[in-house]
Design a protein around this ligand. Structure first.
Ligand code: IPE
Ligand code: IPE
Ligand code: MG
Length: 258
């Protein structure tokens, strides 16, 4: 049914999107929610309006991702470098994360979403930390899609953190140096035993990773659109998945013979 809807709109809007192949749905999709400030500025509004609009888009995309059958969605909301922004913008964002949790947590529980914050939460305010813990606890039994919200997240910081825990485990004689391998490091990342992202979506048009999931994105397919995050719709989301399904993933091997 959903498939038909997308097919019908195919000619009406730019960008190819056809019926999705249900056997090739990406298990894990990562999104850099970028372009909020530009979206607001284009409308003569303060940047904060863009952040507010962006939070609403996340709700829609999460619903669509669950419907499509995506298992994990990781959304980049605030990087370790975003502290460099003016303090008013940072405070607004922190407040927005708090409100988002307050408004969304019941809906997340109802929809069986399992929410996890990934990042360095010690630098967040005490109240926000409390709400994060409470939201994680309330959604911990969710059996549906997993939502990782990356706040004060940096890929480098995450790898450093994993390296420290490896060092500590060696000191504690829980692990020998020879046992340190990719699997041992990967399980110490915030994404723990989740699969690596198959697809990275970046709205806002910038062709860079901006310190997001540096380890986990090793073989992700990248899809960038000039559309700004507050204008991003489930149609764009499906367009990205459709494009992903046309790609050939080789993981360093050779083209599979037909
Ligand atoms: C992404 O939008 C949100 C955050 C980084 C917090 P931006 O605020 O970076 O928006 P642009 O890129 O300036 O348009
Ligand atoms: C990346 O966007 C971080 C988030 C969307 C949360 P930025 O706007 O911070 O990235 P750069 O500075 O353009 O690389
Ligand atoms: Mg940006």
């Amino acid at each position: 049914m959903v498939t038909k809807l997308w097919r019908r709109r195919k000619d009406a809007e730019p960008g190819a999107v056809g019926p999705l192949d249900s056997t090739r749905i990406p298990l894990h999709i990562a999104i850099i929610m970028d372009g909020n400030g530009r979206w607001a500025q284009k409308r003569g509004l303060p940047r904060t309006f863009g952040h507010k609009a962006g939070a609403e888009v996340l709700r829609e995309i999460l619903t669509d991702a669950a419907e499509i059958g995506v298992k994990v969605l990781t959304a980049y909301a605030f990087s370790t470098e975003n502290w460099r922004r003016p303090s008013e913008e940072v405070s607004f964002l922190m407040e927005l994360f708090s409100t988002y949790l307050d408004n969304e947590v019941d809906r997340l529980v109802e929809k069986q979403v399992r929410l996890r914050f990934i990042g360095n939460r010690q630098r967040l305010g005490a109240e926000l930390q409390r709400r994060i813990e409470s939201a994680e606890q309330k959604t911990a039994q969710g059996t549906g899609i997993e939502l990782n919200l990356a706040v004060d997240y940096g890929g480098r910081a995450e790898i450093v953190h994993a390296a420290r825990t490896l060092a500590q485990d060696v000191l504690d004689k829980q692990l020998c140096i020879d046992e340190i391998d990719e699997a041992q490091l990967a399980k110490r990342l915030f994404t723990g035993n989740q699969p690596d992202p198959d697809l990275l979506i970046r709205p806002g048009g910038d062709m860079r990773i901006s310190n997001f999931l540096l380890w986990q994105l090793a073989y992700a397919e990248l899809w960038v659109t000039d559309t700004l995050w507050p204008d991003f719709t489930p149609r764009h989301f499906r367009q990205a998945i459709f494009a992903y399904q046309q790609r050939e993933r080789r993981f360093g091997g050779l083209k599979t013979s037909k």
